[in-house]
Design a protein around this ligand. Structure first.
Ligand SMILES: Cc1ncc(COP(=O)(O)O)c(C=O)c1O
Length: 374
């Protein structure tokens, strides 16, 4: 039996400790200028993040939910419109659709990738469908060839929810560079995380970027001139400063995530009852989460046993969004999303972050092997 060690799900304290001198200097800069909202640190981050993704413009916002909301609002999506998205995501994806008064139309996922299944999209399209809003879930790029083809053929706006996929690639291009606009979250636990809330949109469309810059700041075209219904969704100076520092480390951190994903995949390859996530090809996966499927209904028991052995895990997500009480009025029912509903009972996210050690990854795998009796 493995000697017990503690393995956190992620270790932000250690991440901060490793780069603290850089972070402290950047934060000191904001404090000494007292530019706490937008300001030069946010602008510097925007100027670094847009080319990193391969886009012309980045607009820094207060979180990823707002990024989705502002994107849909700026594209004039509203009542009477339908937006197609995945059933298996964090609820913010569909909140944003609801905030603008449009209707979310949910599609089941591909069992191999957990991302929206392109084969099921066309039957969900109606004359009211305006947007295709895929999510690159767990850090893995969606099938952008198929999604791009469908969007083009049906004249749909493609808006990417890239909140979990900072740095992921698809056919040599960064995720976030495919849609008309793409939305990121910098929630602290993301691959690129702020010191609090943070988000951004990226786009090549200058007008769209300018409109979101206005919308985030009470829709002011000039001081005290509000040209439409506005919001306060501005990024804070300290978040811009922290994100600019952390962006310099993102590729290295993602490389370590890939190494650890490979290591888990090797060490757990033949464990009975554990289905491993498919390896992304050519950098298409940045392993925001490493999610296994546990056979039968044993997930909760395994999670409890792992906790007893010091291993923290997560469940992403235990209920498909269309089956949440908040969306009862849409009339979806159990059985409508067979793949997402199977995954919700069986998914288990293992500890994954670049600050873990190989020893910790090996320990997690060893304990799972032991518990699975192999
Ligand atoms: C897929 C997805 N979309 C949107 C969001 C919303 O981001 P935030 O928490 O920054 O509002 C998140 C993150 O939580 C997410 O994982």
């Amino acid at each position: 039996m493995e000697t017990k060690i503690n393995v956190p799900f992620l270790d932000l304290k250690e991440q901060n400790r490793r780069i603290w001198p850089e972070l402290q200097q950047a934060i000191d800069g904001v404090v000494s200028n007292a530019q706490f909202i937008l300001g030069p640190a946010v602008e510097r981050f925007e100027k670094a993040f847009a080319p990193y993704i391969g886009r012309k413009h980045c607009v820094g916002l207060n979180n990823g939910t707002s990024a989705l909301h502002m994107a849909l609002q700026a594209c004039d999506i509203g009542p009477g419109d339908e937006v197609i998205t995945t059933a298996h995501t964090w609820v913010s994806t569909s909140w944003a659709i609801s905030y603008v008064g449009a209707k979310p139309v949910f599609v089941d996922i591909d069992p191999a990738t957990y991302n929206i299944n392109p084969k099921l999209i066309e039957r969900a399209i109606t004359p009211r469908t305006k947007v295709l809003l895929p999510v690159h879930l767990y850090g893995q790029a969606c099938d952008m060839d198929a999604l791009g083809r469908i969007a083009k053929q049906h004249n749909l706006l493609l808006i990417e929810d890239a909140a979990q996929a900072h740095g992921a690639m698809y056919n040599g291009r960064r995720i976030g560079s495919f849609g008309k606009i793409a939305c990121f979250s910098f929630y602290p636990g993301k691959n690129l995380g702020a010191f609090g809330e943070g988000g951004a949109v990226v786009t090549d469309d200058e007008e769209l970027a300018a409109r979101i810059r206005r919308l985030r700041d009470h829709a002011q075209a000039g001081r005290h001139c509000h040209v439409e219904l506005g919001y306060n969704t501005r990024m804070e100076g300290i978040q811009g400063a922290v994100l600019e520092v952390k962006l310099r480390h993102l590729d290295d951190w993602n490389a370590v995530r890939r190494q650890y994903a490979d290591r888990y995949r090797q060490l757990l390859a033949d464990v009975p009852g554990i289905q491993l996530p498919a390896a992304g090809k050519d950098g298409s996966h940045v392993w925001h989460l490493f999610v296994v499927l546990v056979r039968g209904k044993d997930r909760d028991a395994l999670q409890k046993q792992l906790a007893e052995r010091g291993v923290s895990t997560g469940v992403h997500y235990p209920t498909p969004v269309p089956l949440q009480p908040a969306y009862a009025s849409l009339g979806y029912k159990p059985g409508d999303f067979p793949v997402a509903e199977d995954v919700m009972h069986r998914c288990l996210s293992l500890p994954m972050c670049p600050e873990l050690t190989e020893k910790q990854i090996d320990y997690v795998a060893g304990v799972i092997r032991e518990l699975a009796g192999s």
